[in-house]
Write a protein that binds this ligand. Structure first.
Ligand code: RIB
Ligand code: CA
Length: 320
């Protein structure tokens, strides 16, 4: 399977991070997962890192897990227990991982892993949490940038926010880090709320998963069930699985439409803190000069079909 894409997932599991990892794990023919690194976001770094270790083993992945930044670059962490629960996974318990962490310094670990890739090989970074680790990686170890195929991140919005009327959570949590990542010139695909709000499962699909005998289906159904009880989804017909859009884009880019444009992040700390200002004045710049492609539309039904297929695939994987 030599043409697999080499991946480092930088995440803050987190219910939708957990489901994104399930999608990646279901496709070993497409992804060579080199490492999982953790960053503060949905919960404390300790809980997030424990969740990442437990998820990796639960999905039968033989992948190193490294612990990342416990705080954003400048701001204070804002754990979202009301959305992801006290344990970060909607209070769903997983078997305790046996494998130890490979490093307590994810940024240095990523740098060594990337620089030791065979000559000519590159890695794709998939951040699904705040961009603290990625910003540090680019600024402390700029030599890695030429070894990066692209960054496919969940974050931001070209329209309206979730954690505030104008900001999406991952960017709001560490706006300075996002401003660095969006403007380092590394090819980037922004899976923002414009598409991730459309990509999820319906209440019926979630109920069916929760009643399943499948080990993965049932746990994901319970995680999403917790999401649905929360303030984010009280009146919503479906539950967005924001982070899974990153791997879905890598697997099925044909499901998405996007445009390249400059993106700057509001870092003033005022009412629009963390807003991703996507400049759609196409007549003012050459798209080739814009490293960021902002996804703007998605095929919702195909997302659901491929997502459920992956969950069932992992049910079978755990039986073997
Ligand atoms: O806004 C959605 C993002 O914030 C997702 O990554 C979710 O896990 C939370 O971190
Ligand atoms: Ca996340």
């Amino acid at each position: 399977m030599e043409n697999r894409r080499k991946i480092i997932m930088d995440c803050d599991p987190g219910i939708d991070d957990a489901i994104a990892l399930c999608l990646a794990a279901a496709h070993p023919e497409a992804f060579e997962l080199l490492a999982i690194t953790t960053v503060t976001g949905n919960q404390s770094i300790e809980k997030i890192t424990a969740n990442a270790r437990n998820l990796a083993e639960f999905y039968r992945l033989d992948v190193p897990v490294a612990k990342g930044s416990p705080v954003p670059l400048l701001r204070s962490p804002l754990p979202a227990a009301d959305v992801h629960g006290k344990n970060g996974l909607g209070e769903v318990e997983l078997p305790q991982a046996k494998k130890e962490l490979v490093s307590e310094n994810a940024v240095a670990f990523m740098r060594d892993l990337i620089m030791n890739l065979p000559e000519g090989e590159k890695v794709t970074l998939v951040p699904t949490g705040p961009l603290t680790n990625i910003a540090l990686l680019f600024r402390v170890f700029p030599e890695v940038k030429e070894r990066i195929e692209e960054v496919v991140l969940m974050g931001g919005s070209a329209s309206y926010g979730n954690v505030t009327p104008t900001a999406e959570f991952n960017i709001y949590e560490d706006p300075e880090a996002a401003q660095i990542v969006y403007n380092e010139g590394v090819p980037t695909v922004m899976c923002g709320l414009d598409v991730t709000r459309k990509c999820g499962l319906t209440r019926n699909q979630i109920a069916k998963l929760a009643q399943s005998k499948g080990e993965v289906s049932r746990r994901i159904g319970d995680m999403l069930g917790f999401y649905l009880e929360g303030k984010s989804y009280k009146h919503a017909p479906m539950c967005a699985i924001h982070d899974a859009v990153t791997f879905m884009y890598l697997l099925h880019p044909e499901l998405f439409k996007g445009e390249r444009m400059p993106v700057t992040v509001e870092c003033s700390g005022g009412v629009n803190r963390g807003m991703t200002i996507c400049d759609r004045r196409w007549w003012l710049y050459d798209k080739e000069d814009c490293p960021v492609c902002v996804l703007l539309d998605a095929d919702e039904l195909k997302f659901q079909e491929y997502m459920i297929e992956a969950i069932y695939e992992m049910d079978e994987r755990l039986k073997s």
